[in-house]
Design a protein around this ligand. Structure first.
Ligand SMILES: Cc1cc2nc3c(=O)[nH]c(=O)nc-3n(C[C@H](O)[C@H](O)[C@H](O)COP(=O)(O)OP(=O)(O)OC[C@H]3O[C@@H](n4cnc5c(N)ncnc54)[C@H](O)[C@@H]3O)c2cc1C
Ligand code: SF4
Length: 325
């Protein structure tokens, strides 16, 4: 690990002022940043410790939730309001990492965790546009089992690794940000960016900007997260689905669908939602929604299997939430 300066921030204003200088990273739980610093993939000259900021509480208005950026993943998953009203979020968090990591990991850090593309993680690999802009992409034509099939570009096909992000995408979350130019709010679906020609840019956050909270509007009545991975005990998603439905005897009144493990960003599928709303809650409808969700998939030879896997994952999640399993 290369030498760096450590700054312990005692309030938001000081944190943002310190982080405004070049090549600085905030550190929260440190489970992603320290990993990448040890691998020499991330080499900040300054690290701003934000763990003393008062951003570790969940406020419940009875309608929605306001989740501090420093709420630990474990605390969020087991918060009574999350377990009762946002089961998709509790299930997504608990499907990720290990208990030890979840005890340290925070909401903001989880949102910004970086891809597990093996070429990105290998600092000795010369061709990685995300790590070294303009250097090429070793994954295209290489090993692609863990890579994305939606939202890819000729410059990068890395998948977003977070389970929590998939649930927050389906929940219509709103990200609250404070920064050198003041505060602002961004819809969660707009927070992460597609790789396009600049895979090194992964979110709309500007220099020094700090996630302060994530706001959740009321959830739909039924929701569920399903993750498919190589090892049930401990692995990133090959495919996952976060689904929320409002269903009555006449059919599906509202639907929110997001996919994980297959997108370069947490993947909201408006196409699947359009196929569901107004239709009867039955297996044929769910398969049609899955077909719509994956219609634009652009797999590599090594991850072609993800197209069908993602469809089946989504159908299974919908069957579960529709009370049909
Ligand atoms: C072995 C292992 C297995 C894992 N498996 C999974 C898995 O299956 N599913 C899954 O979803 N995750 C998994 N993870 C990833 C884990 O969830 C993340 O490492 C964790 O959520 C990151 O949170 P953190 O608080 O530790 O982030 P940090 O490491 O502290 O920060 C990560 C990034 O976020 C930035 N940041 C942090 N907080 C803020 C803020 N408030 N505002 C602006 N920027 C901020 C930091 O600057 C840094 O760039 C795994 C991790 C490990 C090590
Ligand atoms: S997929 Fe993206 S992260 Fe992986 S090697 Fe290519 S450019 Fe780098």
């Amino acid at each position: 690990m290369e030498p760096f300066t450590w700054v312990k921030a005692t309030d938001e204003t000081r944190a943002i002022a310190a982080a405004g200088s070049a090549n600085t990273q905030y550190i929260a739980g440190g489970t992603n940043l320290v990993d990448y610093m040890r691998l020499a993939v991330m080499r900040p000259s300054q690290v701003v410790d934000i763990t003393a900021l008062p951003l570790a509480t969940v406020e419940d208005s009875g309608q929605g939730l306001k989740i501090g950026a420093l709420v630990r993943n474990t605390d969020l998953a087991y918060h009574p309001a999350v377990m009762q009203r946002y089961p998709v979020l509790a299930e997504a968090i608990l499907a990720g990492a290990s208990p030890q990591i979840r005890n340290l990991a925070t909401t903001g850090g989880n949102m910004l965790q970086r891809t597990r593309c093996p070429y990105f993680r290998d600092a000795a690999e010369p061709a990685c546009n995300k790590r070294n802009p303009g250097s090429g992409c070793a994954a295209i034509g290489g090993y692609t089992r863990s890579h994305a099939i939606l939202g890819t570009s000729k410059q990068c096909i890395a998948s977003n690794p977070s389970d929590m992000n998939v649930a927050l995408t389906a929940l219509d979350a709103i990200v609250h940000i404070n920064g050198p130019k003041g505060t602002r709010q961004v819809a969660f679906t707009d927070f992460h960016t597609l790789p396009g020609d600049h895979p090194e840019i992964e979110s709309v956050l500007g220099p020094g900007e700090l996630i302060t909270h994530v706001e959740l509007p009321p959830n739909l009545p039924r929701s569920h997260y399903l993750k498919v991975r190589d090892r049930a005990s401990f692995a990133f998603a090959l495919a996952s689905a976060a689904v929320a439905l409002d269903v009555d005897a006449s059919g599906i009144k509202a639907a929110r669908i997001a996919l994980g493990g297959v997108g370069t960003k947490p993947w909201r599928s408006r196409e699947a939602e359009a196929a569901l709303v107004g239709a009867p809650a039955k297996a044929e409808t769910f398969r049609a929604a899955a077909e719509a969700a994956l219609a634009a998939a652009a797999p590599q030879p090594g991850n072609q299997f993800k197209v069908e896997l993602a469809k089946r994952t989504l159908v299974r999640a919908l069957l579960e939430v529709g009370g049909m399993r």
